[in-house]
Ligand binder design. Structure first.
Ligand code: 13P
Ligand code: SF4
Length: 295
């Protein structure tokens, strides 16, 4: 905490991070909240405790600032499912369809996007688009959920894009846990498969889950997302009980970061996140277009 003050640094931590990392963070949140926080900070250094695409997005929004990631190998496997060739092919096939890119994607793909969304605003953004046909990359479970809600035809690039962590949470797991805890409220992330969503009381990203719990009178919740989320929920709502639907739902990329690495990162000012300026400009334009659409 002293080092953070001496260096005029701000620590942004994703909801999936370890308890100790969340405790030293200035802001703990979902992808959208952290992007907005990165846009507004006046600190000299932004230390990002999350996976690499999140830190890259912070750099895009703050090209003048030093953005650090404690472990550059903290990667998101969902983001690695798409490449530029795939997107070019789909754009040629559907030239009139807007391209909506999920934040869990490589920076080069975001640079090709018309809009960039997170789990918090994907539904809102896509429902506001005039076109009934939309290209979306890379998560098919989120895309199918939005398609069902909006009635739009959403073409996913690639068609089977998924997060291996959320794929572990099946419909069977939800039923089994509901039988064990019949009084509990079930919350799942939109990245879980359709069968798991069918039995949920609430579907939303990690930020929406926090908001949902804050407004609910329920005492017990079954949580269907990466297990780090329970750190955030238990810190914020100590009187409520949170149980993971699948306790093996752990993200290797997120777990690469720990409190020691955060300390060394800040001390040595490593590892600096760099983004090509031309790419960053295109990503900023897509982000501003998205923020303008959602107000
Ligand atoms: P949120 O934007 O809902 O926090 O999700 C990020 C993520 O990586 C989901 O696996
Ligand atoms: Fe990516 Fe899945 Fe990890 Fe989220 S939980 S960062 S989508 S691999």
């Amino acid at each position: 905490m002293k080092l953070k003050k001496d260096k005029n640094a701000v620590i942004l931590a994703h909801n999936y991070q370890d308890k100790e990392v969340q405790e030293v963070a200035d802001i703990v949140g979902d992808s959208l909240k952290l992007s907005l926080a990165a846009r507004e900070t006046d600190a000299d250094i932004i230390l990002f405790a999350g996976v690499k695409f999140m830190a890259e997005q912070a750099k895009v929004l703050n090209p003048e600032k030093k953005v650090l990631i404690p472990d550059p190998s903290s990667l998101c496997s969902l983001a690695a499912m798409v490449n530029e060739e795939m997107v070019k092919e789909y754009k040629e096939r559907y030239p009139d369809a807007p391209l909506v890119v999920y934040v869990n994607s490589p920076i080069e793909i975001k640079a090709m996007a018309d809009y960039i969304v997170t789990s918090a605003n994907a539904l809102d953004v896509i429902s506001k688009l005039e076109s009934d046909v939309v290209l979306f990359s890379p998560d098919s479970n989120l895309a199918n959920w939005v398609a069902e809600k909006t009635g739009k035809k959403i073409i996913t690039i690639p068609p089977t894009g998924h997060c291996y962590v959320h794929l572990l949470i099946t419909g069977y797991d939800v039923i089994r846990m509901k039988e064990k805890y019949p009084d509990a409220v079930v919350m799942v992330h939109p990245e879980v498969p359709k069968e798991a969503k069918r039995y949920a009381d609430f579907i939303g990203g990690t930020g929406a889950m926090v908001k949902f719990v804050s407004k609910s009178n329920a005492r017990r919740f079954l949580v269907g997302t990466e297990v780090g989320m329970l750190n955030r929920l238990r810190r914020e709502f100590p009187k409520k009980q949170f149980i993971p639907i699948v306790d093996k739902a752990q993200c290797i990329g997120m777990k690469k970061i720990n409190i020691e690495k955060v300390y060394w990162s800040l001390l040595d000012e490593v590892y600096e996140v760099e983004v090509d300026q031309k790419i960053a400009k295109r990503v900023r334009e897509a982000l501003e277009r998205t923020f303008a659409l959602t107000g």
